[in-house]
Design a protein around this ligand. Sequence first.
Ligand code: FCB
Length: 497
Amino acid sequence: MSRRALIRSAADLALAAAFGPVASRGFAAADGATATAARHPSGLRAGEFPAGFLWGSATAAYQVEGAWNLDGRGESIWDRYAHTPGKIKDGGTGDVACDSYHRYREDIELAGKLGLRSFRFSIAWPRVQPDGRGAVNPKGLDFYKRFTDAVLEAGMRPFPTLYHWDLPQPLEDAGGWPNRDTAQRLTDYAKIVVDALGDRIGQWTIFNEPNIFTELGYLRGIHAPGRKDAPAFLRATHTVNLAQGMAFRAIKASRPNSEVGVVVTVDPMLAATPSAEDKAAAERLYKFHNLWFTTPALTGRYPDGVLPRERQSELLGLREGDETLVRAALDFLGLNYYSSCFVRHDPAGNGVPGLNAKAEDLPATMAPGHTDFDWKIYPKGFHDIILSMAAHTGHIPIEIAENGAAYNVGPGADGMIHDDKRIAYTRAHLLELSRAIRDGAPVRAYHHWSLLDNFEWSEGYTQRFGLVYVDFKNGQKRTIKDSAAWYARVIASNKVV
Ligand code: FCB
């Protein structure tokens, strides 16, 4: 079962009722992306993007770098997990991945040639601080200095994430994210990196998808570190919120002019039936899945009506003063969008007290298509969730940090990769993104996941998300797919072609 199917599972009404006028305005405007060519007050027509829009791609350290034990890098929870037999679908590991540790110049040059303006990547904590505490590995920092310089030389903005899931294993051995101390460890690491690279980098993302790595790693046990422990999972979510607030202040102290944000994966939560129960379940899951790591940052409080009020402190391990610690006046919000969910009330629940909501894939009547990963294709949800997240977060600038699709197309008889489905997927989503911007969403960037085919976590190498094909068996040869050439034309014309 795909990891998305586990957390995903429609009624626009439920969301509109729950989340007010901005959401409902978006939901009412069905299919506007293709229906109209009229000029919008913003001056943009359907499929067009604002001047200066930041077109980019995204990767993550463990998925592309390889060199897992070179130059002083420590072990991460993903090394340990992938090295445990039976955990990864094809037995794959990130030991070599795309070998980007050695080939980063080639990859960065390629991205520059495609015309990308923003290069999203992540920094591997165990490369910088092998034990997750104490001594710094200078070779690790030097690597990211060279890497960042190469991105700048190629004319792109370096846009790093500090934590894209590779916790140093010694910290997991000490309790991992459920252990409150991990917040201080992350803060120390963030300071080390920003002190060293802050002269080159102006925008930092602290976490990638905290809602996903805590749930899949500690509740469902299908990602590293592979634990299935609901109480530990809830505490992990609070440690991550503490870490976010603390690291935010550490970064600002080191570089007051830097911008700091978070990337969450977001799903419209559509009630499966119009029943009051399913609508309420969809609302609870919306808050838990989409808002759990932004509302505390922006308000100091967890969203109401998810955990039972009288048990919330105990379940999360809240202490006095935490409402101040978790606060972070995020400068921007990063959103990842892949699909949407149908939600039903589920009295049995999934171990999270009070949540009682079950997510399912959208039915075929709403989302007839799916990617090779079996993720349902629902571009309209992209528009809708951007508008509702913009409303929830007070219209701070939004960056689309990831959007993309797995299509496992290999070279054709001509040696080229004709991945028309990826083009169709991306075109449909970009039309919806343009529509969201024309409806007032403050989106300034789009990063396609991914630049390269890479190690797709528990799926190993079975899911290809790249604009660029990687021949893992034959010398890691890179070949530009049709989708990359198409994306380069979109970037050059600043509109969907
Ligand atoms: C996101 C992850 C990213 C990649 C894509 C397909 O959830 O952030 O690393 O695996 O899914």
